[in-house]
Design a protein around this ligand. Structure first.
Ligand code: SF4
Ligand code: SF4
Length: 449
């Protein structure tokens, strides 16, 4: 006997079909409404499944054995995901200094409260620490992302870290690099770094068409940056063959102009190569004055976010909107993912980066296997699930809510935030935009993804 998984969520679409999403295994199936009820039933006989030719519902976890304790299955999955060390992702803030003066900057009052740059000695310690960690965990790959402030301000340091990391990791495991940059000034020396085969990822912010971007993302000395950023995106995607992601930070100030930016991207040489993401500007410690006059209420931001995704999808641009299908829990819950401040302190969440009281380890202290346990204990302490989260079908996606958001909104990193409304109003409806879900008709039994 089978029963519907408690992680099933149904999303009706305009064509009369319903997308059933399983939040635990991230499967999606587009089915007629009559089949949806099967996915919700407490007891379905094997013979009935076979008679209806719907074994796929059990094969892909939409139906689970009647006696199965899905709570245990969730915990096994969480253990696996959070402990996976086959790939180590380290994001290192090489400097907290930045050459731009964006009025909504998320890092004001945090990383940028006092400017700091990683020393060459600190960079060597970082690479050694990472190597010892990867040896101990027998990792197959290390991915090192450069972050800031603005990492391109210290090109020599980037070259130094890349050279040291290549030396330490050679023949032991795969190594790749990525960068988060405003791309306002890419020197020849940096471009030579980006041309290397192991430099694979870049994330660049673009806030609108030329006039809007130039108004929001000026250098500290008041220069425009759109042209530089546009050229950089072309160079990174077309010549350096880097996987580039464009992040659009939006609020009331630039929202209306974003469709024009999407038109520009669509007609550009690199528009089909990049991935897009939309980031609502949110209140942090240092940007409250800006947010009071430009950031809409949260519910409105969600809707703007959804509309922007739909605009991008309509134009055939690639968007990273289905975090509920392809991402799983954020890096906070993955012990192989972490963030390093310029002083060498380790943090589990990008939002907490630089807040010394939340550091869980230090690359200046020699790596010990027990460091991993200490980090895990810290994580368990701050992200204990509330009872309503334990019962929630979205728990494999959000695991009790973003801890940084909790800190910003409640003043406590373990505080109560809930993403249910955001998931249901904005993320789930986007599922029906998946082109391949529209033409399933009578073939729905062969299309689980
Ligand atoms: S807890 Fe929030 S800010 Fe931190 S890594 Fe997760 S989603 Fe990002
Ligand atoms: S925070 Fe809200 S959406 Fe997230 S798991 Fe808890 S109840 Fe569900």
């Amino acid at each position: 006997m089978w029963k519907g998984s408690r992680f099933n969520v149904s999303v009706p679409s305009d064509d009369g079909y319903v997308a059933v999403v399983n939040m635990l295994n991230r499967g999606v199936l587009s089915v007629p409404p009559s089949v949806v009820s099967l996915c919700e039933e407490a007891s379905v006989a094997q013979e009935e499944l076979e008679r209806l030719k719907l074994k796929i519902l059990a094969d892909y976890g939409f139906l689970v054995p009647e006696e199965e304790d899905e709570h245990n299955r969730f915990h096994e999955w969480y253990q696996f995901v959070s402990s996976d060390l086959s790939h180590i992702h380290c994001t290192v803030s090489v400097t907290s200094a930045c050459n731009l003066a964006c009025p909504y900057c998320f890092e004001k009052g945090n990383l940028q409260s006092s400017y700091q740059t990683m020393s060459r000695r600190g960079a060597v310690r970082l690479v050694e620490w990472l190597d010892e960690f990867a040896d101990c965990a027998q990792s197959e790959e290390v991915v090192l992302y450069f972050y800031g402030g603005e990492p391109t301000l210290v090109p020599e340091l980037l070259h130094h870290i890349v050279a040291q990391a290549r030396k330490r990791n050679a023949d032991k495991r795969r190594l790749s690099f990525g960068i988060y940059t405003n791309a306002a000034k890419l020197s020849e020396s940096l471009i030579s770094l980006f041309r290397a085969d192991d430099f694979r990822f870049a994330q660049v912010s673009l806030d609108g068409p030329e006039e809007v971007h130039n108004r929001r993302r000026l250098t500290r000395s008041g220069e425009h940056t759109f042209e530089e950023v546009w050229r950089a995106l072309e160079l990174l995607s077309c010549e350096c063959r880097i996987q580039a992601k464009v992040v659009v930070n939006f609020d009331n100030d630039n929202y209306a102009s974003i469709p024009s930016l999407l038109d520009l991207l669509r007609s550009s040489r690199f528009g089909h190569k990049i991935q897009l993401a939309f980031n609502p500007v949110f209140v942090t410690k240092g940007n409250q004055t800006y947010c009071m006059s430009h950031v809409p209420p949260e519910r409105e931001s969600y809707h703007m976010w959804k509309e922007l995704h739909q605009e991008a999808i309509r134009r055939g641009l690639k968007v990273s909107y289905l975090r509920l299908l392809d991402k799983g829990p954020c890096s906070l819950h993955r012990i192989g993912h972490f963030f390093v401040s310029p002083s060498g302190k380790i943090f589990e969440c990008i939002g907490l980066l630089g807040m010394e009281e939340f550091a869980t380890a230090d690359v200046n202290t020699r790596f010990r296997p027990k460091t991993v346990e200490q980090r895990r204990k810290w994580l368990e302490r701050i992200s204990r699930l509330r009872s309503d989260c334990v019962k929630c079908p979205y728990v494999p996606l959000c695991l009790g809510g973003c801890r940084f958001k909790a800190l910003c909104e409640t003043g406590n990193v373990s505080g109560h935030v809930c993403h249910k409304e955001q998931i249901e109003c904005c993320e789930l409806p986007l599922i029906s935009n998946l082109a391949h879900l529209r033409n399933m008709d009578d073939e729905f039994d062969s299309n689980a993804c």
